[in-house]
Design a protein around this ligand. Structure first.
Ligand code: PLP
Length: 391
């Protein structure tokens, strides 16, 4: 018998990948499946970014790079951060990592241990809880409520801090709800955190530019009073449609930087070199493709919300950011995961049940609108037909 570390039995899943696998299997059987499940842009990475990677390969960038990332890539992230947040960040505080998830992993294993508590959003990205459980720390869900516009409540978050709290995970714009936490609420939260100087903060800002209707997502970087204990997760995956490149960045305070550098040396050595050159081209090159993608998401967002609100028993708030709708389905009489599974198997529409994002996800489903307008309309009409037949 093999004796594996029991921590591995506590690792969870990101069910979006299981739904993707099932949707792909059904499609291989000849079924016409509309995929509103997985959270990735349905656009190609812009051509000049692809070209930069090809050039880097041709120029001979085939070897290891520094574990923290090549300096020009870290300088590019520094320029980008100044542009999006107005805050100066030294390249010496920037890490280039293989995607956004490795930052999540690094921050959670850095602060998680038996006896510690980590606060995370519920509903929220499922990997937060999974990784907290992995470390043996206690996951403490911070409720993200529909009636609060799917924003963090500063008071409720602060009320959950105990002497054992080591890390607070924030995410805005948010997956799966599309919620954005307003600046005043973040100000209140930061002010309250002054009472808890031993609590680190990881702000997942991977959807930072994906906002609509003139909404602004407030970066936690704007608050110098917490900079010495703030980790900011960001990356290329969503903004430049680069999920498969595995390229992310994060900003670390001086006191944590060497720890994450050493973790990188131990775990992945460095991010593949051509991808880092592609990342520089993404930041410094034209942004018209990004603008085009965001205009498409905005139009689809309106279609999805209008379509969902026309369905019996379903109500959907207009998401303010990211590319997800998180409609309330409690009046349909269906349990969310059962409905998601029936819609995939019987109606050929792949989406995710809210409980895959946390306890408070019951009564909701998540639709990613990273799909064509035509497919979104087809999906809505299939859902309408399914609900009227099943009801
Ligand atoms: N953070 C959030 C909130 C996400 O939704 C995702 C991906 O879906 C990630 C991080 C991970 O991004 P990456 O694919 O770069 O690892």
């Amino acid at each position: 018998m093999l004796h594996t570390n029991p921590a591995f039995d506590r690792i969870g899943e990101e069910n979006a990948f299981a739904v993707l696998a099932r949707a792909t299997a059904l499609a291989h059987q000849g079924r016409d499946i509309i995929n509103l499940g997985i959270g990735q842009p349905d656009f190609h990475t812009p051509e000049h970014i692809v070209e930069a990677a090809i050039k880097a390969l041709r120029d001979g960038h085939h070897g290891y790079t520094p574990a923290t990332g090549i300096l020009p890539a870290r300088e590019a992230v520094s320029r980008r951060t100044l542009l999006t947040t107005g805050v100066e960040v030294s390249p010496d505080n920037i890490m280039i990592l293989p995607g956004g998830k490795p930052t999540m992993y690094a921050a959670i294993v850095m602060f998680g241990e038996p006896g510690a508590e980590i606060l995370y959003p519920d509903p929220g990205f499922p990997i937060y809880r999974s990784m907290i459980e992995f470390t043996g720390a206690k996951p403490v869900p911070v409720p993200i409520r529909e009636e609060n516009g799917f924003a963090f409540s500063a008071d409720e978050t602060l009320s959950l801090v105990t002497p054992k709290t080591r890390l607070l995970i924030l995410n805005s714009p948010a997956n799966p709800t599309g919620g954005i936490t307003p600046r005043e609420e973040i100000e209140k939260l930061v002010a309250g955190l002054a009472r808890y100087p031993d609590v680190a903060i990881m702000s997942d800002e991977i959807y930072e530019v994906m906002t609509y209707d003139g909404e602004e997502a407030t970066s936690l970087l704007k608050f110098p009073e917490i900079r010495d204990r703030l980790i900011v997760l960001n990356g290329w995956s969503k903004t430049w449609a680069m999920t498969g490149w595995r390229l992310g960045w994060s900003i670390w305070p001086d006191q944590l930087y060497d720890k994450v550098r050493k973790l990188a040396v131990n775990c992945w050595s460095c991010v593949n070199a051509p991808a880092q050159f592609a990342g520089i081209a993404a930041i410094d090159g034209p942004q018209d493709e990004v603008d085009k993608m965001m205009r498409a998401f905005d139009a689809r967002r309106k279609l999805v919300v209008e379509g969902l609100n026309g369905l019996e028993g379903i109500s959907c708030r207009t998401p303010k950011g990211a590319f997800y709708a998180f409609p309330n389905i409690s009046r349909t009489g269906w349990k969310a995961k059962k409905l998601a599974s029936a819609l995939l198997e019987e109606a050929g529409v792949a989406l995710i049940g809210g409980p895959d994002f946390g306890i408070l996800g019951e009564g909701y489903i998540r639709l990613s609108y990273a799909n064509s307008e035509e497919n979104i309309l087809r999906a809505i009409s299939r859902m309408a037909e399914f609900l009227s037949e099943a009801g």
